[in-house]
Design a binder for this molecule. Structure first.
Ligand SMILES: Cc1cc2nc3c(=O)[nH]c(=O)nc-3n(C[C@H](O)[C@H](O)[C@H](O)COP(=O)(O)OP(=O)(O)OC[C@H]3O[C@@H](n4cnc5c(N)ncnc54)[C@H](O)[C@@H]3O)c2cc1C
Length: 422
């Protein structure tokens, strides 16, 4: 049986190597870094949200682009099979809010160690500091169809940056995307694939924070708002509306709600700004909120405005709310007019911000775009252009929301590529 080379020792590459070897392949895993799984190490804030324990339908709903392409991969190696796989390697798992699955230990390093144990057990040869610079192919004659000669290429091996040539019958390309470059995801694989005739869909940062026009957001840095509703508009058109948790940073807004928004709003990346409102009290209608504020004001008639609203918001938010309300902070609440109070209610229900731009790749959890899935066989992950070339993981034009879904894409496509390459 011919040799299989896996390029990239990230989540997808390790999984692909393990399954290719489990199926009897002679596998060499090439990683340019000094160790495997550098990105995996920083996932889930160092805890690694490795998959999601939802049902398959829900899993697909969390995949934003090219979900149909993933059917075979997910049905071949589902989230439940991924969990079984890790438990077989001795990793105890736990499920948290939102069905997010983590190692019981809360250490991503344990996930990497589990993969390393599996790689060792099945005899995968690992070469670190091995930077691939080119994938080598030769032309093969496929036959004549409609008077046109169909020529195709097939894999012969790879060249490393030091010039060494390694022969192989199959290559699994799992070099990841181009976010968090320091982990090794420098987009090399896109160049290799492009050189072999593949289409690479435009790469954009996704699951990424936003900058805001309002520079005063830095006064709110570190403030996390739970149970708020965010609405994002282009002019009058509502583009995104979701309920959940967000975070203020020194440059703008982040947190789960905003990261998800970035995935949905990528198409506007070159068409900014977008306006955003935050409903700080989504559980109350304007009337209910007015009653509540009125009650607070009546109980504190002689207090100053800035002191009378303390129960309504987290302390950090109060000076900003006072400033945006245009009500004198020193004014006694009994002097506040009905119109002023109602404008204040509208501010609470529609706290305004202007999203000026997406942050860059070095802050993006994933890359949107990548190898066009039209040129890849969904049942095998094999290139339709080059025999013996397979793809796995984030290099493909697939992306999903947070919750463990992106790693599940890496596990499932890695499994299928490894299984098929043998
Ligand atoms: C901060 C952060 C947190 C995240 N948290 C989560 C989470 O909790 N849950 C989740 O599901 N997803 C999470 N993700 C996304 C997830 O990490 C990625 O989707 C996943 O790692 C992609 O795996 P991959 O194997 O395709 O690519 P990578 O993990 O990027 O691996 C690619 C590997 O290829 C190597 N390589 C590249 N070029 C070459 C070359 N020329 N020669 C040799 N080797 C090469 C790289 O060094 C790298 O090791 C997170 C991402 C980030 C940045």
């Amino acid at each position: 049986m011919g040799k299989i080379i896996v390029i990239g020792g990230g989540a997808a590459g390790m999984m692909a190597a393990i399954w290719a070897a489990r199926r009897g392949g002679q596998v060499l895993l090439l990683e340019k870094n000094e160790k495997l799984g550098k990105k995996l190490y920083i996932t889930g804030k160092g805890r690694c949200n490795l998959t999601n324990a939802c049902d398959t339908e829900e899993l697909f709903q969390n995949v934003l682009r090219n979900r149909k392409f993933l059917y075979s991969a997910i049905y071949s190696f589902s989230n439940w099979q991924a969990m079984d796989f890790f438990e077989e390697q001795g990793l105890t798992l736990k499920t948290e809010r939102g069905q997010r699955v983590f190692p019981q230990s809360d250490h991503s390093s344990d996930v990497i160690q589990a993969l390393q144990r599996a790689l060792k057990r099945v005899g995968v040869q690992i070469q670190l500091y091995a930077q691939v610079s080119e994938i080598l192919t030769e032309e093969i004659f496929m036959g004549v169809e409609h008077n046109q000669t169909e020529a195709k290429r097939r894999i012969t091996g790879v060249r490393l940056s030091d010039g060494t040539v390694l022969n192989a019958e199959s290559v699994i390309l799992a070099t990841g995307g181009c976010s968090y470059v320091s982990t090794g995801s420098t987009g090399d694989g896109y160049r290799f694939a492009r050189d072999l005739g593949h289409t690479v869909m435009e790469c954009l940062p996704s699951l990424v924070p936003f900058e805001t026009k309002e520079t005063w957001v830095k006064e709110l840095q570190g403030l996390s708002l739970r149970n708020v509703q965010v609405s994002i508009y282009k002019k009058e058109k509502l583009l995104y509306q979701e309920f959940g948790e967000m975070l203020f940073t020194h440059y703008g807004v982040s947190g789960p709600l905003m990261l998800s928004a970035s995935s949905v709003l990528n198409d506007y990346i070159k068409n900014m700004p977008l306006s955003m409102t935050i409903d700080l009290k989504p559980a109350l209608s304007e009337e209910q909120l007015d009653k509540r504020v009125l009650r607070d004001f009546q109980e504190n008639q002689n207090r100053q405005f800035k002191n009378a609203i303390q129960k309504l918001f987290p302390a950090k938010l109060i000076p900003v709310m006072v400033k945006l309300s245009n009500i004198d902070p020193e004014r006694r609440v009994c002097e506040i007019t009905k119109q002023e109070r109602q404008a204040f209610i509208r501010l609470i229900k529609g706290f305004p911000l202007m999203l000026s731009r997406f942050r860059e790749f070095n802050e993006a959890i994933i890359t949107r775009g990548g190898i066009s899935v039209r040129e890849v066989n969904p049942s095998t992950m094999e290139s339709k252009l080059v025999t013996g070339l397979y793809f796995a993981g984030e290099i493909l034009d697939l992306d999903a929301l947070t919750g463990g879904f992106n790693l599940q894409i890496a596990w499932s496509t890695g499994y299928l590529a490894g299984d098929s390459a043998v």
